[in-house]
Design a protein around this ligand. Structure first.
Ligand SMILES: Cc1cc2nc3c(=O)[nH]c(=O)nc-3n(C[C@H](O)[C@H](O)[C@H](O)COP(=O)(O)OP(=O)(O)OC[C@H]3O[C@@H](n4cnc5c(N)ncnc54)[C@H](O)[C@@H]3O)c2cc1C
Length: 381
């Protein structure tokens, strides 16, 4: 039986950032079921500069691209955001964080090892060498969208899971493209993220994801491609700390419901988790873990809540509404370009609020919706 202060299940960005942040002071074991950190890749790898900075992973950048084309069924608009946006090499991104974490004095990694169950604080691990057990004062579930840790410790669910598919296609354009329409996918959008001569083309949906994905892909190619898939959990869990167990990243549902992006949010939350864990271990007062719950929600909770309201509206808007929204963006292009922020979408909503004509237009576009007052309140609270 191993004894550690902290066992982290999952060596994705959230788990590795947590290990890096606590690893000089607190004995930590990170358990990762994959043989290699960062692989297989299940990500479009489109992030803000803020995200790269939080992860200190500049070497993962493949290209900067702030030109986004938004398509609705009948209209298109090209937006050149002032915000610097990046296409990253996702496996390199994860490995950069891992390499820093593994150098920390008190961190050990067990790769190719799966956490298969628990008995209270004791976690059972399975690797090619057989079964092992580890006991820890704190158990951190950083085990992604389909978190076993969340299930073992009966955490409340995320609001919904979206299912995504994504292959590469040959592609020579430079700009990111986003496609929005009921026929594309009623509950989300599809995307093309260019690399160099190729692009990641993907789609996420709550219902019939593969059907919508195939329909969309057929517009571009009928070749047989290697397709990766993944789950995007949106609407954070109502609770992310229970006794000595915490959840971070996708496991906690800390994902932006507007874009499905969870790298920035997961990393921010992992840093908050690190502070709370160190406090709890040093003071020998496990109750202090609950500071994590309060602090991550203070940092990004309202933004995720706002995003969830936007997502719910997006699911209900008609195709005509989508066309009108794209026309709206064309008319207020400057405002959108100057204020777009993919991590904090509520900022632009707050800006638009200063233009009554713009808001009146928005309120005509979005369907009558009982959450509108909540949304307005969440922007200004
Ligand atoms: C198709 C797709 C496109 C995306 N595009 C973007 C994007 O452009 N930008 C963005 O910001 N986000 C994007 N995301 C979301 C982003 O990939 C996730 O938010 C991010 O990976 C979450 O990091 P994490 O560390 O919480 O979880 P993960 O990266 O999922 O890591 C969890 C780790 O836990 C391991 N694990 C799970 N169970 C066990 C177990 N029992 N024992 C041991 N190990 C275990 C897994 O192997 C995995 O390595 C995308 C997601 C998908 C599916």
């Amino acid at each position: 039986m191993w004894d550690f202060d902290v066992v982290i299940i999952g060596g994705g960005p959230a788990g590795c950032v947590l290990a890096e942040e606590i690893g000089d002071e607190v004995s930590t074991l990170v358990v990762e079921e994959d043989r290699e950190i960062g692989k297989p890749v299940r990500c479009a790898g489109f992030v803000s500069e803020r995200c790269i900075k939080e992860a200190d992973a500049y070497e993962s950048i493949l290209k900067q691209t702030s030109k986004i084309v938004i398509h609705s069924p009948k209209r298109s608009v090209v937006v050149n955001t002032k915000e610097r946006l990046f296409v990253i090499k996702r496996d390199r991104f994860d490995q950069i964080i891992f390499k820093r974490a593994v150098k920390k004095k008190k961190v050990e990694f067990e790769l190719n090892t799966r956490a298969i169950g628990n008995d209270g604080n004791t976690i059972f691990l399975k690797s090619k060498d057989g079964l092992k057990t580890v006991r820890a004062k704190v158990v951190a579930g950083a085990d992604g969208a389909l978190s076993n840790v969340a299930r073992w410790f009966s955490f409340p669910p995320v609001s919904k899971n979206l299912y995504a598919f994504q292959p590469y296609i040959p592609y020579n354009k430079e700009e990111v493209e986003v496609f929005w329409g009921k026929d594309i996918t009623p509950s989300f959008f599809s995307w093309i993220i260019p690399e160099n001569g190729i692009a990641r083309i993907g789609l996420a949906s709550q219902e019939n994801p593969y059907f919508y994905f195939k329909n969309f892909l057929n517009r571009f190619t009928d070749e047989r491609l290697k397709i990766t898939g993944g789950v995007i959990p949106i609407g954070a869990r109502k609770k992310t700390v229970k006794g000595n167990v915490i959840l971070i990243g996708d496991a906690a549902g800390q994902v932006k419901p507007t874009s499905g992006g969870g790298l920035y949010t997961g990393i921010v939350c992992a840093k908050e988790a690190a502070n709370a864990i160190k406090e709890a271990i040093f003071s020998e007062d496990i109750k202090r873990l609950s500071n994590y719950e309060r602090n991550w929600r203070k940092k990004i909770g309202r933004e995720l809540y706002f995003g969830m309201l936007v997502h719910k509206m997006r699911c209900r808007i008609s195709d005509e509404g989508r066309d009108r929204f794209v026309s709206f963006v064309s008319r207020y292009k400057r405002l959108v370009e100057d204020n777009a922020d993919i991590d904090y979408l509520s900022k632009i909503a707050k800006k638009i609020w200063r233009y009554p004509a713009a808001w009146r237009e928005i309120l005509h576009i979005i369907p009558p919706y009982r959450f509108i007052p909540l949304m307005i309140r969440s922007i200004f609270r």
